[in-house]
Design a binder for this molecule. Structure first.
Ligand code: KE4
Length: 430
């Protein structure tokens, strides 16, 4: 049993907790190969993949041009030098051209590094210490982010994981997503002490929960008025929901943006960037230190660069929108047929079926979902060859490689799996 073997040498048998199936039960499926919109597991079973490595594979696994770009770099360039290369300059030029709010950008090797670095830079730039994040948003596993809202009157954050110090926790304040008043209260209470607000412009880590335009607009106005750095964490939404990311959809300009996933094309790349006057404070141009052995390495950069080139040349967004709308409509029709009134949220090719009848607009409404029903649904879909996130509080991602046949199969599996999860299937005639 692969999982037992893995658990002997890796904590929980996985290299990232969500993969362990803890919230849906059972053992994780060990994958052996990815190809287009499909995965093959170690036993040879195939799946239609709606995780796509948690977002990077908007083009599907093993896109021929991305594979060729990686092969070329491997054979004719190398993997990493720890020295500047033209490739990373080209990726930086592409990112700053496609996301104009990013005047300068620093490459990292993960989204966590990007987000950790962005708040350090915001703190260094403003000379302030506190940050505001939102309950239900995830910005990687940096200490300052693994903080939950203090109970009741205690507005200072409290650690959400052992190993996080009280000293760190006190500098993270939690507000409620889509609730500008919760931010205004913190800004008033900690006047002049807040360096940054970091927000996922479309929440993707409590299921998919879009921010309202009014909320993000008010956030922008408030941060400008208070000299607070507004950071859009677009690690998931960057080049996912639109070519220019969520900031282009909402037409709101953050002071800084963090990126990851798609810009690595399946290899480890993260990035943070923003206004030049802020980024000029980053070492070695400025005094704020941040570094990384493999930052901008040619191999990972070539995968990300080719992915962005394909996205720009082929513009798959209209067809992704059509496919995702078709899938959503199929699910809606199933819910109606079954008399279920579950909440669905979708922005472009990232979507979520919440097992709650409430309208999900923030963390509290998201967690009203019935995770047991989700678990039953998840396993029923898995048994039908549909690979979804093993947690209610994640996103479902479509790729340019998903075919209409994949979507039809998924809609049919959705109907059967909802029937099972809600025990709606007609009692077998005895
Ligand atoms: P990484 O360090 O995992 O590359 O990026 C952290 C991160 C930052 N910001 C946002 C908005 C993110 O969604 C993420 C990572 N997303 C999770 C999926 N919910 C990665 C999956 C995992 O943790 O294994």
């Amino acid at each position: 049993m692969l999982f037992e073997r893995a658990k002997k040498v890796i904590p929980g048998g996985v290299n990232s907790p969500v993969r362990a199936f803890k919230s849906v039960g059972g053992s994780p499926v060990f994958m052996q190969r990815g190809h287009g919109a499909h995965l093959t597991d170690a036993d040879g079973n195939t799946y239609i993949d709606y995780i796509g490595s948690w977002g990077p594979f908007i083009l599907g696994h093993q896109h021929p041009r991305v594979v060729a770009a990686i092969e070329h770099t491997l054979k004719h360039v190398g993997t990493s030098f720890g020295a500047p290369t033209m490739l990373e300059v080209e990726l930086a030029e592409t990112i700053t051209r496609l996301m104009p709010s990013i005047e300068q950008v620093r490459l990292t090797s993960s989204g966590t590094e990007a987000c950790m670095s962005a708040i350090r830079v915001a703190r260094g730039f403003t000379g302030r210490e506190k940050i505001i994040k939102f309950e239900g948003c995830y910005h990687g596993h940096g200490d300052s982010f693994l903080i939950k809202a203090g109970s009741g009157a205690l507005t200072l954050g409290v650690p959400d994981s052992p190993g996080i110090t009280r000293g760190t926790a006190q500098d993270t304040l939690n507000a409620s997503y889509n609730d500008i008043d919760s931010v205004k209260r913190l800004v008033a209470e900690f006047k002049g002490e807040i360096a940054a607000v970091i927000v996922e412009p479309i929440g993707g880590n409590m299921g998919v929960v879009p921010a309202s335009k009014a909320f993000l607009t008010s956030l922008r106005t408030l941060c400008t008025a208070e000299g607070i750095v507004l950071i859009f964490d677009e690690v998931m939404t960057g080049f996912r929901v639109a070519f220019g990311g969520a900031q282009s959809l909402y037409a709101i300009t953050p002071d800084m943006t963090t990126l990851g996933k798609i810009i690595g094309g399946g290899l480890p790349v993260g990035a943070y960037g923003g206004r030049k006057e802020i980024m000029q404070q980053v070492a070695p141009a400025g005094a704020i230190y941040q570094a990384g052995t493999l930052s901008g390495n040619p191999l990972a950069v070539s995968a990300g660069l080719e992915t962005l080139r394909i996205l720009e040349e082929e513009n798959p967004y209209p067809s992704l929108e059509k496919k995702a709308a078709m899938l959503e409509a199929g699910f809606t029709a199933n819910l109606q047929k079954l008399g279920l009134n579950l909440c669905q949220k979708r922005v472009g090719s990232m979507m979520c079926l919440f097992f709650t009848e409430r309208d999900v607009i923030d963390f509290d409404s998201a967690v009203s979902s019935d995770t047991k029903k989700y678990a039953a649904y998840f396993h029923a879909m898995l048994a039908r060859g549909i690979y979804l996130a093993p947690s209610q509080f994640e996103a479902m991602f479509l790729s340019a490689a998903h075919t209409d046949e994949d979507l039809e199969r998924t809609v049919q599996a959705n109907f059967e799996s909802l029937e099972l999860a809600y025990r709606l299937q007609p009692a077998p005639n005895v």
